[in-house]
Design a protein around this ligand. Structure first.
Ligand code: SAM
Ligand code: SF4
Ligand code: F3S
Length: 455
């Protein structure tokens, strides 16, 4: 690791006694949000406070996502609108971090068309942030650091967004090269953190009172493949389950090609591991799955589902789906609806395919119109609504343990939380329960949540 101590002292000196505020906004997945918490950790060390209001910020960092075109368009729109802020406050510093910066055409575009941006920080370059910041404070002009520092290992200081739910990345990057996906290009190859670093981070979080630990990786099932067989993911789950305390362990994402019997055994054996599995299927058509390079068939996927549901027929599953992959036929789409009806997901995260330049799917011919893709998406959501409306009724009469998240948005006096099964639960209660576990008896079911009363 770089020693940034001298640079940080110099930044502190330049910032002076007046409090300076940073606005850090992360887009995209939870791994990126976790990077945002590390960026905040560096800024806090350098003397910055934080604001949620960009107009009062002295420093703005947008931590970007490149997974779909609309995610990128949004960021360009926001950076564009920041030109005004900079005109009003010329000493404002603007930095762009995250996955968009790893695409050379994007880095070029930022440099060429957005002079309000002071620096670009690559996805493995958090260690380079103090230097970029110091140079910007000294008015050095546009700079970019996309060096791959070894800053993924160890435990880095973070400013966490919640006092009871924490994300803990266990690995970075991805080796899978699904043909539609930009992530392996912008995040590099898989690197697993050392088990002892993960264990000590989780122990520390539990000591601080965190109630939910979310283990993160693009495919947690390949955790440890690069550590010479020292520890597999199911072994890591068992090791973390042994940590004393009252907390839950969740994890994301789990690639079906590597979901093993050992993983399922660990989920059922470990009382702290939440009883929910996010198992992204993407499509129900074998032809589409082959062209996506997912390396499983619908039959193999259903085999995993059967293994789980033979042990608990009502086990909660969620998934990711892509609609309108190049040349997806009506039959392919129907196969996706079929697998949804067979599995009965509690929730789905569905996306219209977005062409990402540099990926293999971007070169594939595509005869399906945007209008047809939109129609399929609406149909898919309708089918899922029917499934969850029916399937959520299984919870009525059950007692569920819920980690209370927040006040309910639209119902005065009500709280919202998530059960171990990752189901949203709404119930009447006092705000003092936020961040705590409560037992709720379920009395009603909607298609997006269940309702009940605290017992
Ligand atoms: N590594 C995770 C996995 O394989 O399950 C997925 C991570 S990705 C950030 C989250 C989801 O975005 C994917 O599961 C996929 O459904 C969706 N996605 C990725 N690339 C996409 C694209 N080009 N167009 C539309 N959706 C995409
Ligand atoms: Fe993208 Fe596939 Fe890697 Fe997930 S497993 S990040 S979808 S390439
Ligand atoms: Fe995540 Fe988006 Fe990057 S989904 S890994 S922030 S491309």
């Amino acid at each position: 690791m770089n020693d940034n101590t001298a640079i940080i002292s110099e930044i502190k000196r330049l910032l002076g006694d007046e409090p300076k505020l940073a606005y850090v906004r992360s887009f995209g997945c939870q791994l990126n949000t976790s990077d945002g918490e590390k960026i905040k950790g560096v800024l806090k060390n350098a003397g910055y406070g934080f604001t949620e209001d960009e107009s009062e910020a002295d420093l703005i960092i947008l931590n970007t996502c490149a997974v779909r075109e609309n995610a990128e368009d949004r960021v360009f729109g926001i950076v564009g609108s920041m030109k005004k802020l900079k005109e009003l406050k010329p000493e404002l510093i603007i930095g762009i971090a995250g996955c968009m910066t790893a695409q050379s055409h994007v880095a070029e575009k930022i440099k060429r068309s957005y002079p309000q941006v002071d620096f670009v920080l690559g996805t493995s370059a958090i260690n380079g942030l103090p230097r970029l910041l110091l140079d910007a404070l000294n008015g050095a002009g546009f700079e970019a650091d996309i060096t791959e520092y070894d800053d993924f290992s160890g435990t880095v200081e973070q400013v966490r967004g919640s006092s009871f739910k924490a994300s803990v990345p266990i690995m970075f990057g991805c080796n899978n090269f699904c043909t539609y996906c930009i992530v392996p290009y912008v995040r590099g190859r898989e690197r697993s953190r050392l088990p002892e670093d993960i264990v000590s981070e989780v122990e520390g979080l539990v000591r601080e009172g965190y109630k939910e630990i979310m283990l993160l990786g693009q495919n947690v099932n390949s955790y440890g493949n690069d550590l010479g067989g020292e520890m597999t993911f199911p072994q890591l789950l068992r090791r973390l389950n042994d940590i004393e305390g009252d907390f839950w362990i969740r994890f994301m994402s789990s690639h079906p090609k590597d979901a093993s019997k050992e993983l399922i055994d660990a989920i059922f054996d470990c009382e702290k591991v939440a009883k929910h599995l996010h198992l992204p299927v993407q499509s129900g058509s074998d032809d589409v799955l082959r062209r996506m390079n997912r390396r499983y068939t619908a039959e193999k996927y259903l085999g995993i589902v059967n293994d789980i549901r033979s042990r608990d027929p009502e086990f909660s599953l969620t998934t990711d789906l892509i609609v309108g992959f190049p040349d997806e036929t009506d039959e392919d789409f129907e196969a996706t609806l079929d697998i949804m009806r067979t599995v009965k997901y509690d929730n789905i995260y569905s996306f219209i395919y977005s062409k990402r330049s540099g990926t293999r799917a971007a070169e594939m011919p595509d005869a399906v119109s945007e209008e047809e893709k939109g129609k399929r998406m609406r149909r898919l959501l309708e089918v899922q609504r029917e499934i969850s409306t029916e399937f959520y009724k299984r919870f009525i009469g059950r007692r569920m343990r819920v980690l209370v998240d927040d006040k309910a948005k639209k119902r005065e006096g009500f709280l919202t939380g998530k059960s171990s099964e990752f189901i949203i639960v709404e119930f009447e209660g006092d705000e003092s329960l936020i961040g705590r576990f409560v037992d709720v008896e379920i009395t009603g079911a909607m298609n997006w949540a269940v309702t009940g009363r605290v017992i």
